[in-house]
Design a binder for this molecule. Structure first.
Ligand code: CDV
Length: 309
């Protein structure tokens, strides 16, 4: 299959008091709309099922285990799996995973139209901090509540398309994209929760945040000649604002669909996966042009090492 209708299901704010069942009903409403428009693969945001709780600090992190899923699918999410199967639609969404071994991950999955989990990805780049930081106007405690993912950036062939995932902050790191690019990825789905303010003392402003989001996704798509869907959970959650700006991007790095608002909203585009071949066989023909002998620092060194004076 070369052509497919793909959809990005942006979700507006989810308040602390909202139940999984209420959120899943909102997800299904967008899936119904997507099915009516012929969508065969639908992407939802990072941590779709709950509010973005890492903005809140608790001393005993176990108090927050109720934000995590111990099984996937589970009773609350099963109606989404059932509806997708009825429509013959694949989908991807993010949730907080608590493993039987007691590990906490920020996770996303790709599900086939038959309801099978084809690929699981656990977020690699966790932004923020692990302890309460008094000087900050807004806390961002992903490092407190999650372990860095242990999956790496794998891809899977599903619905005839090579698909991969990133989660939120990962989209800003070219390494994430290139690891999937090296596996021939044709569609990268990225869910995000990007607060419009993380720290008043370093306030970038909404416009700059939106620009950096779009710049990262367009660059990643172009440089790896892949379609990308970046899908927000956005608007106001418990009095905190998060950017919208969900986009679908083609393998030339052009935005081909963009959200207009900050609520539940469906974006749709026709993807022609044959278009990935041009960049992959010309300027980004990795086999022909990459010079790995000069890339050693990328994996041997983490932080910056400046030359001596
Ligand atoms: N959920 C995220 O990973 N958010 C980050 C914020 C903290 C900058 C992001 O990169 O959008």
């Amino acid at each position: 299959m070369t052509k497919m209708m793909i959809g990005a299901a942006q979700i507006g704010g989810i308040q602390k008091a909202e139940t999984r069942e209420e959120v899943v009903a909102r997800m299904i409403a967008l899936m119904d709309e997507a099915a009516a428009k012929g969508v065969k693969f639908l992407a939802y945001p990072e941590m779709t099922l709950t509010t973005f709780f890492p903005r809140f600090y608790v001393e005993d992190r176990a108090e927050f285990d109720h934000w995590f899923e111990k099984e996937m699918p589970n009773a609350a999410v099963q109606p989404l799996f059932d509806k997708a199967k009825e429509y013959g639609m694949g989908f991807t969404f993010g949730y907080c995973e608590l493993t039987p071994e007691g590990q906490h991950f920020n996770t996303s999955i790709i599900v086939s139209p038959e309801g099978e989990i084809m690929l699981k990805y656990r977020k690699t780049h966790l932004p923020g901090h692990a302890e309460f930081e008094e000087e900050r106007s807004h806390q961002h405690l992903e490092k407190r509540y999650f372990l860095p993912g242990d999956t790496g950036f794998n891809v899977v062939r599903s619905q005839g398309v090579i698909m991969g995932m990133s989660i939120c902050n990962d989209r800003r790191w070219p390494e994430s994209w290139r690891v999937m690019g090296l596996q021939g990825v044709q569609l990268v789905s990225i869910g995000y929760n990007t607060p419009s303010q993380n720290n008043l003392s370093a306030d970038e402003g909404l416009a700059k945040r939106l620009y950096h989001h779009e710049l990262s996704v367009c660059a990643g798509a172009y440089q790896n000649s892949t379609y990308a869907m970046a899908v927000a959970k956005c608007g106001t959650e418990d009095g905190n604002h998060m950017i919208g700006g969900s986009i679908i991007v083609d393998p030339d790095g052009f935005v081909i669909a963009k959200a207009e608002g900050e609520g539940d909203e469906l974006l749709v585009a026709e993807a022609d996966f044959d278009k990935c071949a041009f960049g992959k066989s010309t300027v980004f023909n990795f086999a022909a042009h990459r010079r790995t002998e000069h890339y050693g620092r990328i994996v041997s060194q983490t932080g910056v090492e400046e030359p001596s004076e």
